[in-house]
Design a protein around this ligand. Structure first.
Ligand code: HEM
Length: 133
C-alpha cells in the first residue's frame, strides 16, 4: 500500500486533545493515544501541533526507546512542496548531535586522563632518576 501523504491543512486540523498529529523528520505521527503516557507531559506536545516539531523533539534528546515508539504512531509522510517547508537537512539531525555529544563526552574523559597520565609520567621519572643517583 502506498504511504499516505499528509498535507499542511490536515496537520493543522489535528491540533486538539481529540486528535493530535505531530510532524517530526518529515513524517506525521498520531500521538492522540500516546499523549497521556508522554513522560514530558501533554502541554509540550500540544504546543508543537500544526508546525515542524523536529527541533523540539531533537532538543529534548529523546532516547532510542522514545524513537522506537514512532513507527506505531506513523500516519504518513508530510507533503514535500506544500506551504510549510520542512528542512530536509533536519532528517539526519539526530546523528550529528549524537556525535557531538559523544565527542564532548570523550573530551571530558580526556580531561581526566591527560593530567593523570602526566602525573604518572612525573612519578615514573622521579622514580627512575632517584634510582640512578
Ligand atoms: C511522537 C513524538 C514523541 C514521543 C514518542 C515522545 C516520547 C518520549 C519518551 C518515551 C520520553 C521519556 C524519555 C526518553 O525516553 O527519551 C519523553 C520525554 C520527554 N519529551 Fe517526548 N516524545 C515525543 C514528542 C515530544 C515533543 C514534540 C516534545 C516537545 C518539546 C517532547 C518533550 C519531552 C520532554 C521535555 C521530555 C522529558 C521529560 C522528563 O524527563 O522530565 N516530546 N518523550
Amino acid at each position: 500500500m502506498a504511504t499516505k501523504i499528509v498535507t499542511y491543512e490536515e496537520l493543522k486540523a489535528h491540533n486538539s486533545k481529540d486528535s493530535i498529529w505531530l510532524l517530526v523528520h518529515e513524517k506525521v505521527y498520531d500521538v492522540t493515544k500516546f499523549i497521556d503516557e508522554h513522560p514530558g507531559g501533554d502541554e509540550v506536545i500540544l504546543a508543537e501541533t500544526g508546525k515542524d516539531a523536529t527541533e523540539a523533539f531533537e532538543d529534548v534528546g529523546h532516547s532510542d526507546e522514545a524513537r522506537a515508539l514512532l513507527p506505531d504512531l506513523f500516519v504518513g509522510d508530510f507533503e514535500k512542496d506544500g506551504e510549510l517547508k520542512v528542512k530536509s537537512a533536519t532528517k539526519s539531525a539526530a546523528t550529528p548531535s549524537t556525535a557531538v555529544n559523544t565527542a564532548v563526552q570523550q573530551g571530558s574523559n580526556l580531561m581526566y586522563f591527560v593530567p593523570l597520565g602526566l602525573l604518572g609520567a612525573y612519578f615514573a621519572w622521579r622514580y627512575y632518576s632517584s634510582g640512578s643517583v
